[in-house]
Design a protein around this ligand. Structure first.
Ligand code: CP3
Length: 335
């Protein structure tokens, strides 16, 4: 069993380490491939290249897990909504088509995403037995935010259009859940042994909607993974003190905290769960001294907990790849 699996399943304090967004953006070898592959969705659906990109950070660094190279928005794409990634601007989705969305069939959906499952099998074969292969999905609410274009430019929610769309969101969520569960099942069958659920925009939800739009969908997906005996890592980014309620209701194997969560508060309030991450990705842009001080602070606070070293969000594109190396060495040396 991999170190990560052992920590997640048996709460062993083995201090595994991996990074959200470890495959991509900041790595020169990724940028090289990206330059020759302008269509990002097509790149995600190229099994050989996807597997190669997944393994890039594994070749460079001593990490405990690989995360399959794909994107959370591949699911709306497979459900018939055109997705484009515009340079320096992020994703752009074509207008949501209500009728088309509800006509989707599971078989057709799985067929469209089959290159991802092939990439997982390929990668599993090449990956050392003591490494985990993480697959992931975006949680229903975070996908709805993109599908219905509810985000304003300043990373805020457009409350007026949110309220106008509440009924539609209520209809979309259970359908999305069904397709997401299928996507997870296919990824597990292909060889992934851990699932991370990204609810990156949970923090934009009004408090009164957290239960229906965040906790419950996450809980039902976690429940499915439990039946499959696959550990789950949930990342309801930005919900602050509601992390406690999230953990008590959803009961994932592991909770990934963001950089706004006080790690001491997390240690004392998030119980019966592994804790992952927390350190701000911006820390990695500081001097080595500052970085080590902050790494040590997290390691010290969580020294008696089942803790997975990671960040409070993805590695930033401007991160120096050598810094990742230094951080891993620091964590490995910690006793
Ligand atoms: O190691 C890995 O984690 C790589 C696989 C991965 C990608 N996206 C590749 C990617 C994963 C796990 C994701 C998750 C993802 N995608 C999330 C959840 C995590 C988070 O950061 O909150 C979200 C919200 C998205 C949606 C998305 N995809 C955005 C907003 C963008 C544009 C901004 C950005 O992150 O670069 C993407 C594009 C994307 N996804 C890139 C990569 C490597 C960059 C594509 C490029 O080269 O232009």
């Amino acid at each position: 069993m991999s170190k990560l699996s052992n920590c997640l399943k048996n709460k062993e304090q083995s201090l595994p380490i991996w990074f959200m967004r470890q495959a991509g953006r900041y790595l020169p070898e990724f940028k090289q491939i990206r330059k020759n592959n302008k269509d990002f969705i097509k790149l995600c659906l190229d099994s050989d290249l996807s597997s190669e990109i997944t393994l890039q950070p594994m070749k460079r660094y001593d990490l405990d897990a690989a995360i399959i190279f794909s994107d959370i928005l591949i699911v709306p794409y497979a459900l018939g909504q055109r997705v484009e990634f515009i340079k320096n601007q992020g994703p752009s989705l074509e207008d949501f088509n209500y009728e088309l969305f509800f006509k989707n069939k599971l078989k057709n959906f799985s067929d469209k995403l089959s290159p991802i499952y092939n990439a997982i099998s390929l990668t599993r074969k090449k990956l050392n037995k003591d490494k985990s292969l993480i697959s992931f999905i975006g949680a229903p609410w975070t996908l709805c935010l993109y599908m219905l274009n509810l985000k304003s430019e300043e990373d805020n929610i457009n409350l007026l259009s949110f309220e106008k769309n509440e009924n539609i969101i209520n209809e979309i969520i259970p359908v999305l859940e069904e397709f997401l569960i299928k996507h997870i099942e296919n990824q597990i069958d292909a060889g992934s042994d851990v699932v991370q659920i990204f609810d990156s925009w949970a923090g934009l939800l009004p408090r009164k909607n957290l239960k229906d739009f965040c906790y419950q969908p996450n809980q039902r997906i976690v429940e499915f993974c439990k039946k499959k005996n696959i550990p789950t890592i949930c990342f309801p980014k930005g919900i602050g003190k509601n992390y406690k309620e999230f953990v008590n209701i959803v009961k994932p194997s592991c909770i990934s905290i963001d950089h706004e969560v006080d790690p001491n508060w997390a240690k004392n309030n998030l119980n019966n769960v592994c804790i992952q991450g927390g350190m701000s990705p911006k820390t990695l842009l500081e001097s080595t001294n500052k970085i080590f001080r902050e790494v040590d602070r997290y390691l010290e606070i969580f020294s008696k907990t089942a803790y997975i070293f990671n960040l409070g969000h993805g590695v930033l594109p401007q991160t120096n790849p050598d810094t990742i190396h230094e951080v891993i060495n620091r964590v490995r040396k910690y006793k």
